[in-house]
Write a new protein. Structure first.
Length: 298
């Protein structure tokens, strides 16, 4: 006993052969082309398929009535997605029958025994990734961070299981993103060698429709060493008084970042170090950088 019927973008005719629990595909002259399905509850099987509709990509959607679900198939009968189940809450069905698609990509289902129509966008993209993941040049021994945004552009919750990053990059998050919401994830680039790093960040989730990967790149470059610094003292000072010592650095052409060290003179104490300098009491050194300046004071 056939029930539902539709045509696809190529003019083929699709029939929900309800009594035989199968789908049949015919050419526009009635020539049998293909078929799939049989009785059962596994994906790709049916218990009284009734409604059927086709989208602009040639995929077909079937109301699997007695399994209380919707099944989506590619044009060759491969299962692409399944949703629904028995119940009266949103997204569940009791005896779904008719199904139709509009030009905007929405799916409308006649949920018969719940006495309602449900609208879905399930076949549209669900997950989207965005963010500038080109880190540029980062010096060895340091790191840089950027923000990766995972967006749920569908109409159902998106569960993210994990995030995988290529060598040199790190960042992970798991959880659920509500429909229409997004989650920012910090991605860190920490080069350990003077080389170019590149690859793909991949997000593992329960929704595969949409963009699940994004390209990432960065270059590790060494900090320049061996740059001379000139220490400048005041022309005169009193013993025991405070004074300022300046370090002037003249880097070679093309050097954009460097580190500077100065040893604490014997009998001196160090305080008020400028430019985020750090005093190492063990070695007696004042360390600056890595950064791009030509003058520091302590």
């Amino acid at each position: 006993m056939p029930f539902g019927i539709t045509t696809d973008i190529s003019g083929n005719i699709w029939v929900a052969d309800t009594g035989n629990n199968r789908i049949r595909k015919f050419g526009n002259t009635g020539t049998f082309l293909a078929g799939f399905g049989s009785f059962g509850t596994d994906n790709g099987l049916f218990k009284s398929p009734t409604g059927i509709a086709a989208d602009s990509s040639g995929n077909v959607y079937v109301t699997d009535k007695d399994n209380n679900r919707i099944q989506k198939f590619s044009g060759d009968g491969t299962v692409m997605s399944v949703w629904g189940g028995y119940g009266s809450t949103d997204g569940l069905f009791i005896q779904p029958w008719g199904i139709v698609l509009d030009n905007a990509g929405s799916i409308y289902v006649a949920d018969r025994d719940n006495h309602r129509i449900q609208k879905f966008m399930y076949f549209s993209p669900i997950i989207a990734l965005s963010g500038d993941m080109a880190f540029g040049s980062v010096y060895l021994g340091s790191s840089a961070q950027k923000t990766l945004t995972i967006s749920n552009i569908g109409n159902s919750p998106l569960t993210v299981y994990s995030i995988s990053c290529p060598t040199g990059f790190s960042g992970n998050w798991s959880g659920t993103i509500a429909a229409g919401a997004y989650q920012n994830v910090t991605v860190t680039f920490t080069p350990t060698a003077a080389q170019t790093y590149s690859g793909t960040i991949a997000v593992s989730s329960d929704k595969t429709l949409g963009t699940e990967t994004i390209a990432v790149s960065g270059t590790g470059i060494p900090i320049q060493t061996g740059i001379s610094a000139i220490r400048s003292f005041p022309s005169c000072y009193l013993a025991g008084s405070k004074l300022t010592v300046s370090l002037s650095v003249q880097p070679s052409s093309g050097i954009g970042l460097y580190a500077v060290e100065d040893r604490q003179p014997s009998g001196w104490t160090v305080s008020n170090i400028s430019d985020s300098g750090v005093y190492d009491a063990v070695s007696g050194k004042i360390k600056f950088g890595p950064f791009s300046i030509i003058r520091a004071e302590y």
